[in-house]
Design a protein around this ligand. Structure first.
Ligand SMILES: CC(C)(COP(=O)(O)OP(=O)(O)OC[C@H]1O[C@@H](n2cnc3c(N)ncnc32)[C@H](O)[C@@H]1OP(=O)(O)O)[C@@H](O)C(=O)NCCC(=O)NCCS
Length: 188
């Protein structure tokens, strides 16, 4: 007998204030599985460094199977004495058993819609070199100049990985490429 394909997950956008402790615990379960080297996701702690304001969650039954978080913030561009509003994206995760089947692409596609709804010019994220090709496949673009930020342990550093931008309501031509940006906060 052929096994039936898994049912489509249900998708929801949830504001941070509206997530219950058990909702956080279910997100923490997913994030602990997706980031096995992290020790942050215990109990109802569904964040690692900074906390998002809005989360996009795919659920199958009660289980969270895909997730990303967004926080609107102004990145400082000291070289231009300017700031740029972004939807800072992080905690991007697909349940290990479901990776490689297009769910991550669907997550970012819906993430694009969420960013448009937040009315930001750009999406922004920092990630490891190994995962940057995934974002590139989904329309994100590497930018140079680097990101200065506060690490989870409180130290300020220029991030050693990749910084990426997504066009939302502005054109990439308006991005201050080549300039260091100051996040002045924690990675989501
Ligand atoms: C990264 C992650 C979200 C991708 O989700 P996924 O469901 O496996 O991705 P998809 O199957 O939708 O892949 C979409 C495209 O990206 C490519 N891709 C996915 N992961 C990739 C990777 N690590 N490197 C290169 N390409 C990758 C796929 O081949 C696919 O390309 P194609 O459609 O052109 O063939 C998922 O692997 C994950 O949760 N990883 C662990 C947590 C993590 O590292 N998150 C990112 C933190 S910055």
């Amino acid at each position: 007998m052929m096994s039936s394909p898994a049912a489509e997950p249900s998708w929801a956008l949830v504001w941070e204030d509206d997530i219950t402790p058990s909702g956080h615990a279910r997100l923490a379960d997913l994030l602990a599985l997706a980031f096995p080297r992290s020790t942050a996701f215990v109990g109802a702690r569904s964040w690692s460094s900074g906390r998002p304001e809005l989360r996009l969650v795919a659920r199958r039954d009660a289980r969270a199977v895909a997730h990303l978080g967004i926080l609107r913030r102004f990145l400082r561009v000291p070289e231009r004495d300017a700031s740029v509003l972004v939807g800072d994206v992080g905690l991007v995760a697909v349940a290990p058993g479901e990776q490689g089947s297009g769910l991550g692409r669907e997550l970012l596609r819906r993430g694009d819609t969420a960013l448009r709804g937040l009315d930001v010019p750009f999406g922004y994220l920092t990630c490891g070199d190994h995962v940057a090709p995934f974002y590139e496949r989904c329309g994100w673009v590497r930018v140079s100049g680097g990101t200065r930020m506060i690490r989870a342990d409180g130290r300020v550093q220029v991030y050693g990985g990749v910084s990426m931008v997504r066009e939302v309501h502005a054109s990439l031509a308006a991005w201050p490429d080549g300039c260091l940006v100051d996040r002045n906060g924690l990675e989501i």
